[in-house]
Design a protein around this ligand. Sequence first.
Ligand code: F6R
Length: 537
Amino acid sequence: MKLEVFANAAEVASRAADILEGRIKTKPDIVLGLPTGSTPVGMYRELQRRCSAGQLSFEQVRTFNLDEYYPVSPDNECSYRYFMDTNLFCGIDIKRENTHVPAGNAPDIYEECLRYDAAIEQAGGIDLQVLGVGRNGHIGFNEPDSRLASGTHLTGLTEDTVQANARFFSSADEVPRQAVTMGLGGIMKARSILLLCTGKEKHRALHKLLEGEISTDWPVTMLNMHPDVTVLCDRDAYEKLYLGIDVGGMSIKYGVVNQSGMIYRFEETTDRSSAEQLLEQMTNTCRRITKQYTIAAVGISMPGRIALDGTVNRQSNLPFKGVDVRGYIEREVGVPTTLENDANAAAWGEYMASGEKGDMLMLTLGTGIGSGIVINGRIYRGSHGHAGEFGHMITHSGGRECGCGQRGCFEKYASVAVLIDSAQQAAAENPDSILAGYMGDKANGRSFFEAVAQGCPVAEKVLDTYITELKTGIESIKSIFDPKLVVIGGGISEQKDIFFARLSEACRGVDLRQAVLGNDAGMIGAADLAMRRCSDG
Ligand code: F6R
């Protein structure tokens, strides 16, 4: 099998037209097998263009279409005969009597099937069969089944195909439930086959074929038994896909990505009732996703201390302490899986998004302070996998008590939770201030910044203290690592003028950047790490 991968569907169409043009010029009375559907439309347009330009003639060409709905009359706008007339035949110099489509209104449809196969025989058989493929792997209307018919036959459409084809009708109810199609035996008799495969929806079907499997569950895989098949596909259909999962205390985010970006995203509420429940939830969702997409590797991002061997040593928001999450998902989903601390994964995602090559640190300001370090193009983990816990760097010796057992940790002075506490305290001490009007029970970072925007001096003072604390930490980190850039993540970094600009001003000499991936950084970073580890072997 020959495989050619192109940047997009337009390039596939142009290459397909080149192949057809070459074949028609070599054998002007060639017998072509043709498909309908969205995939060949670009190629048909290109053939029409070349024909109008006098570059190509279909005068002696004979065509046989793969299939037709049943029952349907040829002049029905939804019929495949009508499709071919309007998408190809009307713009080329082919003789109408040389074009053949099964008659979907034949009084005896079984008779029609026999007649159609005989007509192909009589024409000398198909020289070049052009095919599209359904997302469930069907070719023609040969749907996944335990039995596959050989000759042209009447068949039922699967619900998946009805839904996929509903776009050509006013509703799915209008799609005929039956069709006449050339059988796989007929398709395989063609002397050569050209398969066009474009779009991410075809990814799984294409990869089933490329993996070399032969199964009636994926009719397209029968082409693995044909001696002369050329596959033209675009990157969306071809590129390997990776699944990034970001497991948070509130929600789990899943993203399917390829080299060009994210092609599918899903989010669900975290079931934290037990490790078993949560693993089952993740496994079920992963299985659903891997049914739709062929995933080369999974990357999980999760809070907690994750040792170099993947053991979760410390975790507060999820029930995974001591659980082998990576091994479990890998076993149950059957795809190589990696696990990374969420702050590291987010740092990696932002590092990749920044396009910078130099060393980078990321601080995520939230309830605590998460952080990740990228040195020499790799996440720096330290000797035990716990490096980069800047939130627990001591900035106030003997200071406030921290949940980690130490006193005076950076996050006890510079997290957003601390900022809100300080604002609430200042509001209580200054009940007549503008700030007091904003800091009710449900107040959050946004309420605080609204008070600052109103010019409240009390709020200004709280912000000044907060920025000084952050500056202390950031400058200490800078003296140790001298990074090229420091990325600030967390919702607070979106307060561009009121917060981020001031922090940048305070930390002159440090290239501070706002995070760009928002809440998806961990998921995207995890998927990218999975991709890299997969290609590193
Ligand atoms: C239609 C045919 C089908 C299509 C397939 C893909 O004649 O043979 O097998 O090739 O359903 O359809 P599109 O190209 O619309 O995705």
